[in-house]
Structures are given as C-alpha cells and as structure tokens.
Ligand binder design. Structure first.
Ligand code: FES
Length: 94
C-alpha cells in the first residue's frame, strides 16, 4: 500500500491506491480547508509536493488551470483532486 508522509507534522499513513491526498491527510488527523467543496476552484486544500510527484494521478484540466492561475502548478497539487498511486511526501499549509 502507498505511504504518504505529511510535513511539517512528520505524520505517516498507509492508504489504499487511488485514495485522494485529502482523505489521506484526514486519516492522519489533519483537516485541510475545503472552501469550494472539493470542486477544484478554491486551492485551500493545496499541498506542496516534496517527493513522489510521479506517484500521483495526473491533474485534470480544471486543476491545471487553477494551479497555473495561482502560480503554483509546478510545486503543488489540490489534495481534493490528486489520487495516490505510490509513496509521496507532501507539506501542508501551516
Ligand atoms: S477543496 Fe477547493 S480546491 Fe480542493
């Protein structure tokens, strides 16, 4: 099962493949803000990618657009959209 490590908390959880980052972070005991109701439009659920970018599902067009508009396309993913297929390390907003 894929492992997700969450910084700066140093929390680690194992999840089933295709679990969203949002759910994985929640399983670790952290609630990320979700102002748009997981509709890829608010970016409040964004997390910075530290390792394992290739182990996430590819972003769909709406996620690509909102991340690009925010200037964080290369470094972040929307936790409500990205699905985990392998080990990843992410940093949540503090
Ligand atoms: S909850 Fe708004 S983009 Fe994820």
């Amino acid at each position: 099962m894929p492992t997700i490590k969450i910084l700066p908390d140093q929390l680690t959880v194992q999840v089933k493949p295709y679990t969203t980052l949002l759910k994985a972070v929640f399983m670790a005991g952290i609630n990320l803000p979700q102002f748009c109701g997981r509709n890829s439009s608010c970016t409040t659920c964004r997390v910075r990618l530290r390792e394992g970018k290739q182990n996430l599902s590819l972003p769909l067009l709406q996620e690509q657009e909102v991340l690009t508009e925010s200037g964080i396309y290369q470094t972040h993913r929307l936790a409500c959209q990205a699905k985990i297929v392998g080990d990843v390390v992410v940093e949540r907003p503090t």
